[in-house]
Design a protein around this ligand. Structure first.
Ligand SMILES: C[S@@+](CC[C@H](N)C(=O)[O-])C[C@H]1O[C@@H](n2cnc3c(N)ncnc32)[C@H](O)[C@@H]1O
Length: 226
């Protein structure tokens, strides 16, 4: 998604994003549970400095805050002010004292300085306008030995099963929801981006864990910076 399009897609989606996530990703597809699992795969984070790229409404924050503990901290960055407003309301209502939220482009992360102990990104990197540059920046901000955790979709169309058969039916609904841009719903283009990005990433991290979810549509990758 082009950077200029992020606010128009996500500021609007922010109003229903958490409710939609809870119905679709949690109750229907049961993939929300992979979020906590991904964060657990980062191992012991007590006292750690963690960066959440594309923090959105802050769905990772409850798990991250409890894992870093009072001596750790979390920085969440997102380009959508609407999504950040939701995250900020969550921080306030939950009284998270060690969370900072900033507006910024995931590709540039302007003004953000290393060395982070961990960088996490859930369902964001696949849609940023320059995936490889975003990965390079994330790695630059990680200390050597720091952990990178990505949970994302590998493809917009599952390879098999009911979600594959019904793709032609629900693809227009996805488009109509206004959350994904037309280019991000192009299954071939989307898959190729992750294939190239993965080839770029492989020599730069030691893979600690890798798995797929939702009929191989989604993936979780946890690695350690070399
Ligand atoms: C599907 S949401 C995921 C939000 C959150 N990580 C979650 O798990 O619910 C994608 C997020 O990526 C953000 N985003 C997209 N492109 C971005 C960019 N170039 N820089 C920063 N944030 C971006 C959007 O604003 C949105 O909040």
């Amino acid at each position: 998604m082009q950077l200029k399009d992020v606010p128009s897609h996500y500021d609007r989606a922010a109003r229903w994003y958490d409710a939609g996530r809870s119905i679709l990703f949690d109750r229907l597809l049961h993939i929300e549970q992979e979020r906590e699992h991904t964060i657990d795969l980062l191992g012991d984070l007590s006292g750690a400095r963690v960066l959440d790229v594309g923090v959105g409404t802050g769905a990772n924050l409850p798990f991250l805050v409890s894992k870093v503990g009072p001596s750790g901290s979390v920085l969440g960055v997102d380009y959508s002010e609407g999504m950040l407003a939701r995250a900020s309301a969550r921080v306030e209502s939950e009284g998270y004292a060690n969370v900072e939220l900033r507006r910024g482009d995931a590709v540039v992360l302007e003004g953000v300085e290393g060395d982070f102990d961990a960088v996490i990104s859930v369902w964001c990197l696949g849609i940023v306008h320059d995936l490889q540059a975003a990965l390079a920046r994330a790695l630059e901000l990680l200390r050597p030995g720091g952990k990178l955790a990505i949970m994302d979709f590998r493809s917009v169309r599952p390879d098999r099963g009911p979600l594959n058969w019904f793709f032609p039916l629900y693809a227009p609904l996805l488009r109509a929801s206004g959350i994904d841009s037309r280019e991000d719903l192009d299954a071939e283009r989307y898959e190729a981006r992750w294939r190239d990005a993965r080839a770029w990433l492989d020599p730069r991290i030691d893979v600690l864990h890798e798995q797929r979810y939702l009929a191989d549509t989604g993936f979780i990758l946890v690695g350690e910076k070399r």
